[in-house]
Design a binder for this molecule. Structure first.
Ligand code: PLP
Length: 402
């Protein structure tokens, strides 16, 4: 059976060009980039610098050919590490320790903020420099209100972290406006751009951010490599201490093959990005029109226009998300639901609850996330298949009152 993969917000297929570029660095070019004085090390060092330039170009950042020059792109092991580093590094290096974030952030931000509050909060530090966290609400589309941020900023605010686009509902936040408010106040601004980089144009200069997280596996690069953009002159404590890698800010021997793969993935993503965005945006509209005209009691979650081009999140009355997922998988279609299974408990998504979706509705939510590999025929197949599956599930459901 043909497989239609529509869970690209979770991860994407590694592009064949990426795999080809990585292989020599797993086989014969196994040198350590920190070994400057012989050929094998120099080749690896040059490859890492080339990848830094490629990733830089994707974000509108200039990087010189010389690895010893200062740079603003730091390689990490994933988006989660970049997010952890931004928050922990900012709070650790400052007297000010107040963090502002939002209710719809990825757990990499929310759990890190919570951990910092617990370990550096009032019970641990003296009151004047204790860590505390303000979580901003969002509206029914998932948008943060800049006036809420303005009101939440305090004299002791160290960092504001607001995601560029949400991974579940796809809503794109007004980052340039939020960053301008924050920087005027004198605090650092970080954005988790894991879902936008490689999918829509991202310029760190236009956004006006101090820090930005990204992850290669979300744009057809390999898993296990990410990066943090860190604006020149930004104070941030190292996250991993040890060797002098990454200007002594992120220690640990380089994952050269993965970094090379990330560079190639960045180049591929830049080619025809705007056209691809328009194509996916139109495919999502087609998917929504097809589903909403065939399935009764279906609603859309997230902003209909200010959104990632390839993301559609819907909620279905009287149909459990997990049941839909399983039936769609049996039809060869992979999607994801609005609930996460943790320790045997199925919990509704915090993002859906934050936009005002009721607990039972959140359980009936499905996310489709497209990529440049998704075809019009794939969308046609989903529009044909899914209504029948939802109908079957509803016939067996005790909650369906259709
Ligand atoms: N932030 C967002 C918005 C994400 O969607 C994800 C992954 O789903 C992450 C962070 C974590 O990225 P990684 O899987 O590279 O750790």
């Amino acid at each position: 059976m043909k497989q239609i993969y529509l869970d690209n917000a979770a991860t994407t297929r590694t592009a064949p060009e990426v795999v080809d570029a990585m292989l020599p660095f797993l086989r014969e070019q196994y040198g350590n980039p920190s070994a400057k004085y012989y050929g094998l090390g120099q080749t690896a060092r040059a490859a890492v610098q080339k990848a830094r330039q490629q990733v830089g170009r994707l974000l509108g950042v200039e990087i010189s050919d010389n690895p010893d020059d200062p740079f603003e792109i730091y390689f990490t092991s994933c988006g989660t590490e970049s997010d952890n580093w931004a928050l922990k590094g900012a709070v650790m290096c400052k007297e000010k320790k107040h963090i502002i974030t939002t209710a719809i952030e990825h757990h990499a931000i929310l759990e890190t903020a919570e951990m910092l509050e617990k370990s550096l909060g009032c019970n641990v530090c003296s009151r004047q420099n204790a860590c505390s966290v303000t979580v901003l609400p969002v509206d029914r589309h998932g948008l943060v209100n800049p006036a809420d941020l303005q009101a939440a900023l305090r004299d002791d605010t160290a960092i504001v972290s607001v995601m560029h686009a949400n991974n579940e509902i796809g809503t794109i936040e007004p980052i340039a406006e939020l960053a301008a408010i924050t920087r005027k106040h004198g605090a650092l601004f970080h954005t988790d751009a894991v879902q936008t980089v490689g999918k829509i144009p991202v310029s760190v200069k236009e956004l006006g951010v101090d820090m930005l997280s990204l992850s290669a596996h979300k744009f057809h690069g390999p898993k296990g490599v990410g990066a943090l953009y860190l604006r020149k002159g930004t104070r941030l404590d190292p996250f991993l201490n040890g060797g002098g890698q990454e200007r002594a800010r992120r220690a640990g021997t380089y994952n050269v093959a993965a970094i090379v793969g990330m560079g190639v993935a960045a180049e591929l993503a830049m080619k025809g990005m705007e056209e691809e965005g328009k194509r996916e945006f139109a495919l999502v509209e087609k998917l929504w029109q097809g589903l909403s005209s065939r399935i009764p009691k279906i609603e859309r979650n997230g902003h209909p226009e200010q959104r990632l081009p390839g993301t559609l999140n819907v909620r279905l009355e009287g149909a459990e998300g997990e049941a839909v997922l399983m039936r769609m998988d049996m039809c060869g279609v992979q999607v994801s639901s609005g609930s996460a299974c943790s320790t045997g408990d199925i919990k509704p998504s915090h993002v859906l609850l934050a936009i005002g979706v009721k607990q039972e509705e959140a359980h009936g939510s499905i996310r489709f996330s497209l990529s440049r590999e998704t075809t019009e025929a794939d969308i046609g197949y989903v529009v044909e298949t899914m209504p029948k599956q939802v109908d079957l599930i509803r016939q067996m459901s005790v909650t369906w009152k259709g």
